[in-house]
Structure formats: structure tokens, C-alpha cells
Design a protein around this ligand. Structure first.
Ligand code: AMP
Ligand code: MN
Ligand code: MN
Ligand code: MN
Length: 275
């Protein structure tokens, strides 16, 4: 049997709600036999996940999801099959950790100015890992200020809203460079989520390829067959491989499950052929 891949998953090391070991067990329970943990700007969960995968006899690919800036937009670049202790990557992640701490303080200050104090303290109760906007969204829910995390983004945390703070992330080429320095493959995550026109997306893919990017995430948890066809065309034109990943964050997102993914079209080189 071919392995069942899911190469984009989150744990409590960033904004997922399962611990790395519990996440690996959940993915295994859904039939996944090769998985990557890709927490936002941190590799802190990889060792625990690798141990859990070894116990279950499934393939583990060390990963990370880097935030990156390009043309004043924030993009996500997944690094797969990375060596997490590489100095260049570690230094980059330390920089992003400091930036996340700075940004979290500012977000909390903006929320306090809007009459909502104590959100950073609440956000920190969800784990010792990286604080993301998803933590603030959950905190806003738990303190009864909004009904759902999506509402928190609509009212406070999204672009143009009162508590939105742009992150000062590494540039796209720099982020790709950290992944390559660590021996990994750089994958442009969820390419259709950036609300780019077709010509902007083509510009992005050219820049990504020129920077050393290796693959496009072609199949995501909610991908439609039409979206998969569109991205397959882009990957073939740019000479990029294809990746698959659910972007699962935990069981409270009832619509998403690890491993529940449409197949990667046979025309594209699967990213796992590169390792
Ligand atoms: P950050 O990297 O700190 O900007 O946080 C981004 C994270 O927030 C994403 O990885 C998602 O997990 C989550 N997120 C972003 N937008 C939304 C939304 N509209 N509704 C729910 N969660 C979201
Ligand atoms: Mn997230
Ligand atoms: Mn992402
Ligand atoms: Mn993600």
C-alpha cells in the first residue's frame, strides 16, 4: 500500500489544540502513515512527535510553517524534511519568536484599549508555545467577548480591524533560505488563500521558484477538484513539485481531519519523491 501522507499539521507547540504526541496518534487513527508536524515558526514539538511516530511505526517528516513577507503581504512557507538544529534555521526561528512576543504584546495593548483587558494572560494559558492570533481568538471566545474564533478575526484581529498588528517577518527569499540551509524542501502553503489575482499569483510563484522554492501545496483540507486542477497547472508550468496537507489544528475544527485529502494528481512530482 502507498503511504497516506498529511504534510501540514499543527500542535500545541503553536496554535493546534493537541499535544504533538496526541496529534500523531490522532493522525494515525485516521489512517495517516506519513506525516509532518509544521507548527508556526517553531520546531519545539518535533522531538515529541518523532517519538510518538516511531512508537506507532509511521513515517515522520520534521517540518515547520514559516511566516514570510512578500510585497507587503504575509505568506506561509512550509519547510519539510528539515534538520531542526541547523544554526541558520535556529537563528531565524529565534528572530521570529521574538517578533511574535513583541506582536502579542501590541495586540494585547490594542485589545485593552478597546476595553478588553487580560487577553495575553488568557492566551498564554493554552500552552507554552508560540502565541499566535489564533490564541487571541480563542481567548476572546473563552472570555465571552465573541461567539467563534472567526468572529474574533472579523471584529478585532483581521486585517484593518482594531487589534490587527502586522508581523515583521523574514522576506520570502530569506525564509526559503532558512529551510534550504536546514536541508529541507520549501513548500508554498495554501497558495489560493492569499487572495491574489492570477497574475499576482504567477509573480509570486516566479519569485518563490527563483528563491529556491521546491513545491506548491496543491491539496489542502478543503480543496475543491477545480482548485487542485488550477494549482497543478501552476506547479507544472513552474517546475514545482506538489504537496498535500490538511492544516489540521485540532478536533474543534469539526470540518477538518488529518489525512482527509483528495489525491495529488499523477502529473505532478510528489514532494516526498524529493527526500
Ligand atoms: P498569526 O500567524 O499569528 O497571524 O496567526 C494566524 C493563524 O490564525 C492561522 O494560522 C490560523 O490558524 C488562524 N486564523 C487566521 N485567520 C483566521 C480566521 N478567519 N478564522 C479562524 N482562524 C484564523
Ligand atoms: Mn494556524
Ligand atoms: Mn498557514
Ligand atoms: Mn498551517
Amino acid at each position: 500500500m502507498d503511504p497516506v501522507h498529511d504534510l501540514h499539521l499543527h500542535s500545541t507547540a503553536s496554535d493546534g489544540s493537541l499535544s504533538p504526541a496526541a496529534l500523531v496518534r490522532a493522525a494515525h487513527g485516521q489512517g495517516v502513515t506519513a506525516l509532518a508536524l509544521t507548527d508556526h515558526d517553531t520546531t519545539a514539538g518535533l522531538a515529541e512527535a518523532a517519538d510518538a511516530a516511531r512508537e506507532l511505526g509511521i513515517r515522520f517528516i520534521p517540518g515547520v510553517e514559516l511566516s514570510a513577507s512578500w510585497e507587503r503581504k504575509t505568506l506561509h512557507v512550509v519547510g519539510l524534511n528539515i534538520a531542526p538544529n541547523t544554526p541558520v534555521l535556529r537563528e531565524g526561528l529565534a528572530r521570529h519568536a521574538a517578533e511574535r512576543a513583541r506582536r502579542a504584546q501590541l495586540i494585547a495593548r490594542r485589545l485593552a484599549s478597546a476595553g478588553l483587558p487580560g487577553l495575553l494572560e488568557q492566551a498564554r494559558t493554552y500552552g507554552a508555545g508560540m502565541v499566535t492570533r489564533a490564541h487571541f481568538a480563542r481567548a476572546l471566545c473563552d472570555l465571552g467577548h465573541v461567539k467563534t474564533p472567526a468572529d474574533a478575526f472579523r471584529r478585532y484581529l483581521g486585517r484593518g480591524k482594531p487589534a490587527h498588528v502586522s508581523g515583521r517577518w523574514a522576506g520570502l527569499a530569506e525564509a526559503v533560505g532558512w529551510i534550504r540551509a536546514a536541508g529541507g524542501v520549501a513548500v508554498l502553503a495554501h497558495p489560493l488563500r492569499y487572495k491574489l489575482t492570477r497574475s499576482w499569483l504567477q509573480r509570486l510563484l516566479l519569485a518563490f521558484k527563483a528563491a529556491g522554492g521546491g513545491a506548491l501545496e496543491i491539496v489542502g483540507g478543503n480543496s475543491t477538484p477545480q482548485e487542485i486542477r488550477t494549482l497543478t497547472g501552476h506547479a507544472l508550468r513552474q517546475g514545482l513539485a506538489g504537496s498535500v496537507g490538511s492544516d489540521y489544528h485540532g478536533p474543534e475544527m469539526a470540518w477538518s481531519r488529518p489525512g482527509r485529502l483528495l489525491p495529488l494528481p499523477a502529473a505532478v512530482t510528489p514532494v516526498w519523491a524529493l527526500w
